[in-house]
Ligand binder design. Structure first.
Ligand SMILES: *[C@@H]1O[C@H](CO)[C@@H](O)[C@H](O)[C@H]1NC(C)=O
Ligand SMILES: *[C@@H]1O[C@H](CO)[C@@H](O)[C@H](O)[C@H]1NC(C)=O
Ligand SMILES: *[C@@H]1O[C@H](CO)[C@@H](O)[C@H](O)[C@H]1NC(C)=O
Length: 920
């Protein structure tokens, strides 16, 4: 009876959900007042002028007043030269009617550069230079800032005069409006064209946004000179290289729960990272538009927007028009606050952005392994059986997941006591296999006075308010719900306390968390989210903070996990909603995709885009969330996702069961191979994540990052790198019989370590012998990759397993690579240096292992089982190992002169010692 009742509840919720979502539920630019006003803004005679009489320059910080000459409204401009080749351009009203919202909690370091110099100043220009000889030139009228790397102009702000900063004003009474309509307004007051419908109230699909503050949007153009390609501003289901938007809406950044999202369009999705990168042969730069309100970005390119005829004409006439990408950003409220990373290389930009907003912290090892999820694993028996299935079919798996149905009627932190009567026992059992559990915890709190989370939050006055000051009430999975105001630090700390082992019963330190629905998703709200006039702490309108709400929730949960283990263990928290800086709190998945080939294909650019914008721990639901994948799609999805940072299978409640063994023997074997390929490389992945934490370089990368001068890679997003050493071209088309693989790099050589074939850089090869087992993966010459080949049930069992080093020689017969590992779960690596970080390098026939962190110390039994060297041209006579005690041993080896592969058996040395192997 109870079960049936539960099902009816779910169904009614679903019906409501499916009925309420389709494209017409989401605004187009034309349906949004500020988007229209900003997009249509015609600069005419430029309005903004910097007043250099008010200019102040001290310690890398320039400030001055700016006036809108149309209406005499004053602004304050702050221009900062920041450490490590970064700049900040900030514009706010000088004396706003009330303070305008400035984003908090994202930027963690914006230290001002001391090495700066005023190069030049006259009545209309001032030029500042940083320690790297990079410059900014500020023009007073028309107001504009130009940024130079050396002598190259790379970007300019407001060079198209699209700056439009709507100052705060008092609402005209009805009389005023009538008067304005009838009579000429005085020249120094608002000109007539300044008032439009939608400014003080806006309706959409039966919802009314009351806009008590009236129009307050901000917009400006940011232009990239000598660039043809820009990237970033996730989240969109679109290509890696951003497209021009003239014929479509601008790219929209507004965190929304979009049911069955469409492919290849600029519609908003679950996350918003207002950060864009531009890349050309010489430079990579990045621009962060730090604004958490609804934002749209228009993109134009003088090259891409040309017809093929004018391109041909250009070619014939040898036109040397400099390429340029013009972007136009506008946000509904807040201020203009733009951070510029001047690179000049992609790795510099990663570091600079990482210093600004934080890097992805090293995840616990299990979390970069394979995850098994479904809405829902129904009860304890189901969990046990799925676990047993992985045992029976010998497929590695580290984590089982429980979706919303595990709770007592969607009351998070509780269990459905009929389906999960003994969660402790279930946890213990999973732990005995070395596996973890993730449970879902969403931000909507069931409005039920008997639910302690609700009653406490209500009593403490912790919920977001509606415009009248009552607790905001909306509809979500549990029915009528309220949402804690996670922007409030007290709320975050209270929320964090819910995760302690005493408070979250039935869980252990092996239980981790999934944060879903945090855009936030509100089934009966406008565009399925909050009303913009809802209120947060200190009366801040939701409008200002919409895009960062989900991050604050994610952050509070992360804090809860730290609390849970007394700060001893690294949290793992998956989020759906993101903003700039969300990488500090964990992983993201691309949301509710579909079991279609297009969605498999899109998982690559979507995660590449997240990677470029800091959110590097990214994955897509393997198999597709909605609908039923067939065996082929399932196999191909596993093969592709094994090379993406977050690797989880997930499915909608209405889909057929799809654990790997339901697709037959061939599929089981191929899926096992795919999952095993992830586990075999897991220490390589872990090393990349460590380097990501240290240097900000994401593990999953577009090819152009590694080969920055190869222009034909700039829009490639169906082939990608994992670190600098591994390249994959996943097969993402149905019934594929052949695949073209591009091998970049003029003097590079690429190795297929399975077939033992090699490929020259600068070529494209068509592989026409494709079977379902084909996964085109290549190791780059010049690299050394650590493998652990033994098939285990989870990473827990792999800790002491021996390593194999695969050494792929470059054309100079040398190679290098790193290995990092630690206990896999604690902070001892940075507290007490318990880690191993080594570099292996080979040149002149000598392979050497060297400690990259002499202070490091970790007790480990892991040892070196074998070394395979690819690209060895001549048969060696002997192989000599010298261990850390300088003792020499002759090693056994075999050499294959057809494939040029040398296999060195059982060096047997401990992996964390110094040793060398001489090939003579
Ligand atoms: C300033 O006024 C001119 C002329 O009416 C108009 O074209 C332009 O859009 C206005 N600029 C701003 C920023 O309001
Ligand atoms: C876990 O469950 C399996 C299957 O029911 C059982 O055989 C095993 O003894 C259990 N292990 C523990 C540690 O509870
Ligand atoms: C270790 O890392 C954590 C998380 O990044 C950080 O909070 C802590 O300060 C670090 N500890 C040390 C000793 O660096």
């Amino acid at each position: 009876m109870r079960l049936i009742f539960g099902t009816i509840l779910v169904l009614s919720c679903l019906v409501l959900y499916t009925q309420s979502v389709d494209r017409s539920k989401f605004k187009t630019c034309a349906q949004s007042g500020f988007c229209k006003r900003q997009r249509d803004h015609n600069p005419g005679l430029p309005a903004y002028k910097a007043n250099f009489d008010t200019l102040k320059v001290e310690n890398g910080h320039l400030s001055c007043e700016v006036v809108n000459t149309n209406n005499s409204v004053l602004f304050k401009l702050d221009l900062y030269l920041l450490k490590d080749n970064r700049f900040r351009f900030k514009l706010n009203e000088l004396q706003p009617l009330h303070p305008r919202y400035e984003v908090e909690g994202v930027v963690i370091d914006s230290l001002v550069e001391e090495k700066f110099q005023v190069v030049r100043k006259d009545s209309n220009q001032i030029e500042l230079k940083n320690g790297l000889n990079n410059r900014v030139v500020l023009y007073a009228y028309p107001l504009k800032a130009e940024f130079y790397i050396g002598d190259f102009l790379v970007t300019s702000f407001n060079s198209k005069n699209l700056l439009k900063f709507e100052h705060l004003r008092t609402k005209p009474s009805n009389n005023d409006v009538k008067q304005e309509e009838n009579a000429e307004a005085p020249a120094d007051q608002k000109p007539k064209d300044d008032e439009e419908p939608d400014m003080w109230e806006e309706g959409f699909n039966g919802h009314t946004d009351t806009k008590p503050n009236g129009p307050e949007s901000v917009g400006m153009d940011i232009n990239f000179h000598d660039f043809e390609h820009v990237y970033g501003i996730p989240q969109h289901a679109d290509k890696l290289a951003l497209r021009t938007t003239g014929s479509t809406d601008p790219y929209r950044l507004y965190n929304l729960d979009v049911f069955e999202f469409e492919t290849y369009n600029p519609m908003a999705l679950y996350g918003s990272i207002p950060y864009m990168l531009a890349h050309n042969k010489k430079f990579t730069i990045g621009v962060l538009w730090l604004n958490a309100a609804e934002t749209w970005v228009d993109i134009k390119s003088n090259k891409a927007d040309k017809s093929i005829f004018s391109k041909v004409a250009d070619f014939i006439s040898k036109s040397n028009e400099i390429p340029q990408v013009d972007t136009h950003w506008f946000s509904e409220s807040g201020i203009i606050d733009v951070y510029l990373m001047l690179g000049p290389k992609a790795t510099d930009v990663f570091r600079q952005y990482g210093q600004l907003t934080g890097n992805t912290p090293l995840p616990p090892l299990f979390s970069i392994a394979y995850h098994q999820c479904r809405w829902n694993y129904n009860d304890e028996d189901d969990v046990k059986n799925v676990n047993a299935g992985f045992e029976e079919h010998q497929i590695p798996m580290d984590v089982m997941w429980l979706d919303i149905e595990h709770t007592n009627d969607k009351r998070y932190f509780t269990w459905d006591s009929h389906k999960f009567p003994n969660p402790d026992k279930m946890m213990e059992n999973l732990s005995s296999f070395g596996r973890k559990l993730v449970t879902i915890v969403d931000p909507h709190i069931k409005s039920d006075p008997n639910y302690h989370v609700y009653s406490e939050a209500k009593e403490k006055n912790f919920f977001v308010k509606d415009k009248t000051g009552n607790n905001y009430d909306g509809w979500c999975w549990p029915g009528s719900s309220a949402w804690p105001d996670f922007l409030n630090e007290d709320v975050k700390n209270w929320w964090a306390s819910k995760f302690t082992l005493e408070n979250y019963k039935g869980t252990t330190l092996d239980t981790f968390t999934w944060n879903d629905m945090n855009e936030p998703s509100v089934f009966n709200g406008p565009e399925l989210t909050f009303q913009k006039d809802a209120l947060h702490l200190n009366g801040i309108e939701h409008r200002n903070v919409h895009n960062i709400y989900g991050q604050n929730f994610h952050k509070a949960t992360f804090r809860g996990h730290l609390l849970r283990s007394n700060g001893e263990r690294r949290p793992f928290v998956l989020t759906r909603s993101t903003f700039a800086g969300s990488q500090r709190y964990g992983a993201v998945w691309t949301g509710d995709n579909t079991a279609e080939w297009e969605h498999l294909k899109l998982s690559i650019p979507m995660c590449l885009t997240f990677s470029l914008t800091g959110m590097s721990f990214c994955g897509s639901d393997v198999g597709g969330f909605f609908k039923n994948p067939d065996a082929e799609l399932m196999i191909r999805w596993y093969q592709a996702a094994a090379y993406q940072p977050f690797f989880r299978s997930h499915a909608h409640i209405d889909t057929k069961r799809r654990e790997p063994w339901v697709f037959g023997d061939e599929a089981i074997n191929l899926i096992r191979d795919a999952v095993h390929s992830r586990y075999a490389l897991i220490y390589y992945w872990y090393t990349l994540f460590y380097q990501n934490e240290k240097f900000g370089k994401p593990p999953m990368l577009p090819l152009w990052v590694e080969f920055p001068e190869e222009t034909d890679l700039y829009d490639m997003d169906d082939q990608h790198m994992v670190g600098s050493a591994i390249m994959i071209k996943p097969i993402i088309t149905q019934g594929a019989t052949s695949v073209d693989v591009k091998f970049p790099g003029k003097n590079e050589v690429w190795y297929d370590v399975k077939s033992l074939r090699t490929y020259e850089g600068g070529s494209t090869t068509t592989f026409s012998d494709i079977t379902l087992s084909t996964v085109p993966v290549f190791q780059r010459g010049g690299t050394i990759v650590p493998y652990k080949f033994r098939l285990r049930r989870s990473t827990t069992q792999m800790a002491d397993d021996p390593f194999t080093l695969t050494v792929c020689l470059d054309t100079q017969n040398s190679a290098t690579g790193q290995l990092y590992f630690d206990d896999g779960f604690s902070y001892n690596y940075n507290k007490t240096n318990e880690f191993v970080y080594r570099e292996f390098s080979i040149s002149n026939n000598k392979l050497v292992s060297r400690n990259l962190s002499p202070e490091s110390q970790l007790k480990t039994f892991a040892w070196l089982e074998r070394v395979i060297i690819y690209g060895v041209k001549t048969q060696p006579k002997s192989i000599t190992l010298e261990n850390s005690e300088k003792q020499s041993t002759q090693l056994q080896f075999s050499y294959d002169s057809n494939s040029n592969v040398l296999l060195i058996r059982k060096p047997g040395v401990k992996i964390n010692t110094d040793w060398s192997i001489l090939i003579s």
